[in-house]
Design a protein around this ligand. Sequence first.
Ligand code: GLN
Length: 249
Amino acid sequence: MCRHLAYLGPPVTLRELLLDPPHSLLRQSWAPRDMRGGGTVNADGFGVGWYPDGGGAPVRYRRAQPIWSDPTIAGLAAVTSAGAVLAAVRSATVGMPVVDAAAAPFAEGRWLFSHNGVVRGWPDSMVPLAAALPVRDLLTLDASTDSALLWALVRDRLRAGLGPARAVAETVTAVAAAAPGSRLNLLLTDGHTVVANAAGHALSLRAAPVSVLLASEPHDDEPGWREVPEGQLVAATATEVRQRPLAAW
Ligand code: GLN
Protein backbone atom coordinates (compact mmCIF):
# COMPACT_ATOMS: atom_id res chain seq x y z
CA MET A 1 0.00 0.00 0.00
CA CYS A 2 1.12 3.51 -0.35
CA ARG A 3 1.39 6.56 1.84
CA HIS A 4 0.03 9.82 0.53
CA LEU A 5 -0.57 13.41 1.60
CA ALA A 6 -2.13 16.63 0.40
CA TYR A 7 -1.48 20.16 1.62
CA LEU A 8 -3.35 23.42 1.08
CA GLY A 9 -2.19 26.69 2.63
CA PRO A 10 0.52 29.33 2.48
CA PRO A 11 3.35 28.35 0.11
CA VAL A 12 5.90 25.92 1.55
CA THR A 13 8.85 24.25 -0.14
CA LEU A 14 8.40 20.64 -1.17
CA ARG A 15 11.40 19.96 1.01
CA GLU A 16 9.65 21.34 4.11
CA LEU A 17 6.59 19.27 3.30
CA LEU A 18 8.01 15.96 2.04
CA LEU A 19 11.59 15.57 3.25
CA ASP A 20 12.28 17.55 6.44
CA PRO A 21 9.63 16.45 8.98
CA PRO A 22 10.83 13.76 11.40
CA HIS A 23 8.29 11.28 10.04
CA SER A 24 8.19 12.74 6.53
CA LEU A 25 6.85 11.00 3.45
CA LEU A 26 10.51 10.25 2.68
CA ARG A 27 10.86 8.41 5.99
CA GLN A 28 7.48 6.73 5.53
CA SER A 29 8.85 5.23 2.33
CA TRP A 30 11.18 2.96 4.32
CA ALA A 31 9.78 3.10 7.87
CA PRO A 32 6.01 3.61 7.77
CA ARG A 33 4.30 3.22 11.13
CA ASP A 34 0.79 2.12 10.25
CA MET A 35 0.52 -0.04 7.13
CA ARG A 36 -2.19 -2.26 8.68
CA GLY A 37 -0.56 -5.36 7.28
CA GLY A 38 -0.53 -4.06 3.72
CA GLY A 39 3.16 -4.36 2.84
CA THR A 40 6.22 -3.12 4.68
CA VAL A 41 8.00 -0.45 2.64
CA ASN A 42 6.92 1.99 -0.06
CA ALA A 43 9.78 1.58 -2.51
CA ASP A 44 8.05 1.05 -5.87
CA GLY A 45 7.92 4.66 -6.93
CA PHE A 46 6.81 8.06 -5.78
CA GLY A 47 5.25 11.18 -7.17
CA VAL A 48 4.52 14.76 -6.33
CA GLY A 49 2.19 17.25 -7.98
CA TRP A 50 2.08 20.95 -7.18
CA TYR A 51 0.32 24.06 -8.43
CA PRO A 52 2.64 26.77 -9.72
CA ASP A 53 2.19 30.37 -8.61
CA GLY A 54 -0.14 32.29 -10.86
CA GLY A 55 -2.54 29.41 -11.44
CA GLY A 56 -2.77 26.88 -14.19
CA ALA A 57 -2.53 23.13 -14.27
CA PRO A 58 -0.38 21.32 -11.73
CA VAL A 59 3.13 20.12 -12.50
CA ARG A 60 4.07 16.51 -11.70
CA TYR A 61 7.28 14.63 -11.02
CA ARG A 62 6.88 10.82 -10.88
CA ARG A 63 9.43 8.05 -10.76
CA ALA A 64 9.34 4.25 -10.50
CA GLN A 65 12.13 4.06 -7.94
CA PRO A 66 12.36 4.61 -4.19
CA ILE A 67 12.19 8.27 -3.31
CA TRP A 68 15.39 7.88 -1.25
CA SER A 69 17.38 6.77 -4.31
CA ASP A 70 16.21 9.47 -6.69
CA PRO A 71 19.04 11.89 -7.50
CA THR A 72 16.75 14.79 -8.40
CA ILE A 73 14.06 15.11 -5.77
CA ALA A 74 16.17 16.72 -3.01
CA GLY A 75 17.35 19.56 -5.27
CA LEU A 76 13.96 20.00 -6.87
CA ALA A 77 12.19 20.03 -3.51
CA ALA A 78 14.56 22.63 -2.06
CA VAL A 79 13.76 25.23 -4.73
CA THR A 80 10.08 24.48 -5.40
CA SER A 81 7.39 26.18 -3.32
CA ALA A 82 3.66 25.76 -3.62
CA GLY A 83 0.47 26.44 -1.72
CA ALA A 84 -1.15 23.22 -2.91
CA VAL A 85 0.61 19.86 -3.13
CA LEU A 86 -0.33 16.18 -3.44
CA ALA A 87 2.37 13.52 -3.04
CA ALA A 88 2.63 9.75 -2.61
CA VAL A 89 5.12 6.95 -2.16
CA ARG A 90 4.12 3.61 -3.67
CA SER A 91 4.18 0.00 -2.61
CA ALA A 92 3.01 -1.88 -5.69
CA THR A 93 0.45 -4.61 -5.21
CA VAL A 94 1.81 -8.01 -6.27
CA GLY A 95 1.50 -8.42 -10.03
CA MET A 96 1.09 -4.75 -10.84
CA PRO A 97 3.68 -2.98 -13.01
CA VAL A 98 6.40 -0.81 -11.51
CA VAL A 99 6.61 2.07 -13.97
CA ASP A 100 6.67 5.86 -13.65
CA ALA A 101 3.09 6.15 -14.86
CA ALA A 102 1.77 3.84 -12.11
CA ALA A 103 2.91 6.26 -9.41
CA ALA A 104 0.43 8.82 -8.08
CA PRO A 105 -0.56 11.54 -8.56
CA PHE A 106 -2.75 10.77 -11.54
CA ALA A 107 -3.91 13.95 -13.20
CA GLU A 108 -6.26 15.69 -15.60
CA GLY A 109 -6.67 19.44 -15.94
CA ARG A 110 -6.51 20.88 -12.44
CA TRP A 111 -7.14 17.53 -10.73
CA LEU A 112 -4.58 15.43 -8.90
CA PHE A 113 -5.50 11.99 -7.49
CA SER A 114 -3.97 9.26 -5.36
CA HIS A 115 -5.10 5.87 -4.00
CA ASN A 116 -3.79 4.15 -0.91
CA GLY A 117 -4.92 0.54 -0.88
CA VAL A 118 -5.86 -2.37 -3.07
CA VAL A 119 -8.86 -3.56 -5.09
CA ARG A 120 -9.61 -7.17 -4.18
CA GLY A 121 -10.14 -9.63 -6.99
CA TRP A 122 -8.30 -7.42 -9.47
CA PRO A 123 -8.90 -7.35 -12.40
CA ASP A 124 -11.98 -9.58 -12.62
CA SER A 125 -13.93 -7.83 -9.87
CA MET A 126 -13.66 -4.54 -11.78
CA VAL A 127 -14.90 -5.77 -15.16
CA PRO A 128 -18.52 -4.60 -14.69
CA LEU A 129 -17.52 -1.11 -13.53
CA ALA A 130 -14.79 -0.76 -16.16
CA ALA A 131 -17.25 -1.81 -18.86
CA ALA A 132 -19.32 1.30 -18.15
CA LEU A 133 -16.39 3.63 -18.91
CA PRO A 134 -15.72 5.04 -22.38
CA VAL A 135 -13.48 2.64 -24.30
CA ARG A 136 -11.02 5.47 -24.90
CA ASP A 137 -10.50 5.85 -21.15
CA LEU A 138 -9.64 2.17 -20.86
CA LEU A 139 -7.20 2.39 -23.77
CA THR A 140 -5.43 5.34 -22.19
CA LEU A 141 -5.18 4.27 -18.54
CA ASP A 142 -1.90 5.48 -17.02
CA ALA A 143 -1.03 1.87 -16.17
CA SER A 144 -2.79 -1.47 -15.79
CA THR A 145 -3.23 -1.00 -12.04
CA ASP A 146 -6.18 -0.82 -9.71
CA SER A 147 -5.23 2.75 -8.75
CA ALA A 148 -5.23 3.93 -12.38
CA LEU A 149 -8.68 2.41 -12.92
CA LEU A 150 -9.97 4.05 -9.72
CA TRP A 151 -8.78 7.38 -11.11
CA ALA A 152 -10.63 6.72 -14.36
CA LEU A 153 -13.80 5.97 -12.36
CA VAL A 154 -13.49 9.16 -10.29
CA ARG A 155 -12.60 11.25 -13.33
CA ASP A 156 -15.63 9.95 -15.22
CA ARG A 157 -17.84 11.30 -12.44
CA LEU A 158 -16.01 14.64 -12.35
CA ARG A 159 -16.48 14.98 -16.10
CA ALA A 160 -20.19 14.26 -15.63
CA GLY A 161 -20.37 17.29 -13.34
CA LEU A 162 -20.28 15.73 -9.87
CA GLY A 163 -18.45 17.62 -7.16
CA PRO A 164 -15.22 16.08 -5.88
CA ALA A 165 -16.65 14.76 -2.59
CA ARG A 166 -19.57 13.11 -4.32
CA ALA A 167 -17.33 11.70 -7.08
CA VAL A 168 -15.05 10.08 -4.51
CA ALA A 169 -17.90 8.86 -2.29
CA GLU A 170 -19.79 7.25 -5.17
CA THR A 171 -16.66 5.59 -6.52
CA VAL A 172 -15.69 4.14 -3.15
CA THR A 173 -19.21 2.85 -2.58
CA ALA A 174 -19.41 1.24 -6.03
CA VAL A 175 -15.98 -0.38 -5.84
CA ALA A 176 -16.51 -1.62 -2.28
CA ALA A 177 -19.74 -3.29 -3.41
CA ALA A 178 -18.11 -4.90 -6.43
CA ALA A 179 -14.90 -5.89 -4.65
CA PRO A 180 -15.60 -6.49 -0.94
CA GLY A 181 -12.60 -6.23 1.36
CA SER A 182 -10.88 -3.65 -0.82
CA ARG A 183 -8.89 -0.86 0.80
CA LEU A 184 -9.93 2.39 -0.76
CA ASN A 185 -8.36 5.49 0.75
CA LEU A 186 -8.66 8.07 -2.03
CA LEU A 187 -7.22 11.58 -2.17
CA LEU A 188 -8.28 14.22 -4.70
CA THR A 189 -7.53 17.92 -5.08
CA ASP A 190 -7.91 20.74 -7.57
CA GLY A 191 -5.53 22.96 -5.62
CA HIS A 192 -8.36 24.70 -3.80
CA THR A 193 -10.36 21.86 -2.25
CA VAL A 194 -9.03 18.53 -1.05
CA VAL A 195 -11.14 15.40 -0.56
CA ALA A 196 -9.91 12.33 1.32
CA ASN A 197 -11.60 9.29 2.81
CA ALA A 198 -10.64 6.49 5.19
CA ALA A 199 -11.64 3.04 3.95
CA GLY A 200 -9.31 0.31 5.12
CA HIS A 201 -6.25 2.43 5.80
CA ALA A 202 -5.08 5.11 8.19
CA LEU A 203 -5.74 8.79 7.50
CA SER A 204 -4.85 11.79 9.63
CA LEU A 205 -5.80 15.44 9.43
CA ARG A 206 -4.13 18.58 10.72
CA ALA A 207 -6.09 21.77 10.27
CA ALA A 208 -4.60 25.14 11.21
CA PRO A 209 -6.31 28.51 10.73
CA VAL A 210 -5.12 28.91 7.13
CA SER A 211 -3.80 25.50 6.15
CA VAL A 212 -4.85 21.87 6.04
CA LEU A 213 -2.82 18.71 5.76
CA LEU A 214 -4.30 15.27 5.11
CA ALA A 215 -1.86 12.38 5.32
CA SER A 216 -1.77 8.61 5.72
CA GLU A 217 0.38 9.16 8.81
CA PRO A 218 1.19 12.26 10.90
CA HIS A 219 4.60 13.48 9.81
CA ASP A 220 5.61 14.84 13.20
CA ASP A 221 4.63 14.62 16.86
CA GLU A 222 3.34 18.18 17.05
CA PRO A 223 -0.16 18.69 18.43
CA GLY A 224 -3.06 19.19 16.10
CA TRP A 225 -3.18 15.90 14.27
CA ARG A 226 -6.32 13.86 14.55
CA GLU A 227 -7.22 10.55 12.99
CA VAL A 228 -10.07 10.44 10.49
CA PRO A 229 -12.28 7.50 11.54
CA GLU A 230 -12.90 4.59 9.20
CA GLY A 231 -15.82 5.27 6.86
CA GLN A 232 -15.53 9.05 6.99
CA LEU A 233 -14.88 11.45 4.11
CA VAL A 234 -13.28 14.86 4.59
CA ALA A 235 -13.65 17.78 2.18
CA ALA A 236 -11.49 20.75 3.08
CA THR A 237 -10.16 24.05 1.87
CA ALA A 238 -7.27 25.83 3.57
CA THR A 239 -9.73 27.46 5.95
CA GLU A 240 -12.65 25.05 6.32
CA VAL A 241 -12.97 21.34 7.07
CA ARG A 242 -16.12 19.30 6.63
CA GLN A 243 -16.30 15.63 7.63
CA ARG A 244 -19.17 13.18 7.31
CA PRO A 245 -19.74 9.47 6.77
CA LEU A 246 -19.23 8.46 3.16
CA ALA A 247 -22.91 7.88 2.51
CA ALA A 248 -23.84 11.38 3.73
CA TRP A 249 -22.07 13.19 0.87
N1 GLN B 1 -2.67 -1.19 -5.66
C1 GLN B 1 -1.78 -0.10 -5.63
C2 GLN B 1 -0.76 -0.16 -6.74
O1 GLN B 1 -0.20 -1.19 -6.97
C3 GLN B 1 -1.09 -0.17 -4.31
C4 GLN B 1 -0.33 1.01 -3.96
C5 GLN B 1 -1.17 1.90 -3.11
O2 GLN B 1 -1.45 1.66 -1.94
N2 GLN B 1 -1.62 2.91 -3.75
O3 GLN B 1 -0.51 0.83 -7.39
